[in-house]
Design a binder for this molecule. Structure first.
Ligand code: ARG
Length: 455
């Protein structure tokens, strides 16, 4: 590949450590698109002839067809996708193929290809996350009034609704999409034409190639163009945060469908059985979604460590960016799809959730709030009154709303029968009408607002 100066080929192990075609073949579409944009620009600028441009473009189309048709023979001896495509082009069209690499290097080529690949992956993830938001918001609309316990410290805290809980994830996923979109905006500059590192003496038009490849503009500094991999780090950071969110929902699904909870039932389509225990319905998909964050964070970590302390500009270390990124983004894609599927199929067990919502004196805050509102007692003192009522109820082994008025009045004689109007879980959730609060009418409005926005 390198012409005259090399008398012998590489050692076998040199080829093994150096070769990247096994994974960077996945950049073939981006590589060919980049080459077509490059040669069109070279012809426009009079750097290659129109005849050569036509031959190269036609040849590249044939290479693309061969790869997509499965007849292309990838060669490890040619190291990577860039050399494989160019070598095959030379076989097909002969001498003009040699003009394609004018004013270009594999350094700007790989930076361009990988930006395009990551951009496509980011777009795919965004579409999937949007679909997940839809699945969550639709379920939330249907379950807006399904009372369930809200937890802090995994202790029953206050009654909320299943719909409100699902809408929390719609918000999280919305921010995840925002982070990915933000990273995409920054990555959308074209490194093509930075050449090896210093630019080129040929009169190229980098704006033309940038536009042809859907970039907003060319990158401004040639050294940065070939040395930068922040676009990978940013998308993986955003992917990691997304995966953390998915893992929290996955963990909740695991808890909710565990039999002591039995809040939800996962469909057969997303459960697996046990080879020994016939009664089992295991939430494997949720467990795997919960676990995927390990790989995704691992990829982010790998890239950060590869880049850390790396001198400018291109170093071969940077070839290590692809495998972890491709694995991580494919894992995330799978996790999103599985999550959307599980959410669509989830069946809420409303009676069980409602019963659980009433346990643990979850309306104690409502009692304290009632004392503030109806008796004009300061909240701190009301809190003590409610705590004494909880103590009494727990001594008697009763829920709060089963205490008698006489019981309540031993706690504080100012309490009237009206207090019982706020102690049920349904009343509690309906009363939480503050902006962003749990009240079913709020939840319905939020779910509808999102569904409209999601289209
Ligand atoms: N396969 C290489 C990579 O992925 C392409 C760039 C190689 N450039 C070079 N000068 N060796 O990073």
């Amino acid at each position: 590949m390198w012409g005259g100066r090399y008398a012998s080929g590489p050692a076998a192990v040199m080829e093994d450590i150096n070769v990247s075609i096994d994974f960077d073949k996945r950049l073939y579409r981006q590589d060919i698109a980049g080459s077509k944009a490059h040669v069109a620009m070279l012809a426009e600028q009079g750097i290659v002839s129109r005849d050569d441009e036509a031959a190269i473009t036609k040849g590249l189309d044939q290479v693309l067809a061969e790869i997509e048709g499965g007849s292309f023979a990838f060669k490890r001896s040619l190291e990577d996708i860039h050399m494989n495509v160019e070598a095959r082009l030379a076989e097909i069209i002969g001498a003009p193929a040699g003009r394609l690499h004018t004013a270009r290097s594999r350094n700007d080529q790989v930076a361009t290809d990988f930006r395009l690949w990551v951009r496509d992956a980011a777009d795919g993830l965004d579409a999937q996350l949007k679909d997940l938001q839809k699945a969550l918001a639709e379920k939330a609309l249907a379950e807006a009034a399904t009372v369930m316990p809200g937890f802090t410290h995994l202790q029953v805290a206050q009654p909320t609704t299943f719909g409100h809980h699902l809408m929390a994830y719609v918000e999280m996923v919305g921010r995840d999409r925002g982070r990915i979109a933000d990273a995409r905006r920054r990555l959308n500059e074209s490194p093509l034409g930075a050449a090896a590192l210093c630019g080129t003496s040929f009169p190229i038009d980098r704006h033309m190639t940038a536009k042809a490849l859907g970039f907003d503009r060319p990158t401004a500094n040639s050294l940065d163009s070939v040395a930068d991999r922040d676009f990978v780090m940013e998308v993986l950071a955003a992917a990691t945060i997304t995966a953390v969110h998915l893992s929290r929902l996955a963990e909740e699904i695991v808890i909710w469908c565990s039999s002591p909870f039995s809040f939800v039932k996962l469909s057969d389509a997303f459960s697996t059985g046990s080879s020994i225990m016939p009664q089992k319905r295991n939430p494997d998909a949720a467990e795997l979604v919960r676990a995927k964050v390990g790989r995704i964070l691992g990829a982010f970590n790998a890239i950060v460590v590869v880049l850390k302390g790396l001198p400018l500009t291109y170093q071969k270390d940077m070839q290590e960016d692809k495998e972890p990124t491709m694995d991580a983004l494919a894992s995330l894609s799978l996790a999103i799809a599985a999550t959307a599927g599980m959410v669509r199929d989830l069946e809420a067990n409303a009676p069980v959730m409602k019963k659980a919502a009433g346990q643990g004196y979850s309306t104690a805050t409502d009692l304290a709030d009632w004392c503030v509102r109806s008796l004009g007692i300061p909240f701190r003192e009301s809190h003590h009154i409610a705590a004494r009522a909880v103590g009494l109820a727990s001594e008697k082994g009763l829920p709060l709303h089963k205490l008698t008025l006489a019981d309540m009045q031993t706690v504080d004689k100012r309490i009237t029968a009206d207090v019982f109007s706020v102690l049920s879980v349904a009343k509690s959730v309906a009363s939480r009408v503050s902006y962003g609060g749990t009240a079913p009418k709020n939840v319905r409005a939020q779910a509808k607002r999102w569904l409209k926005k999601l289209g």
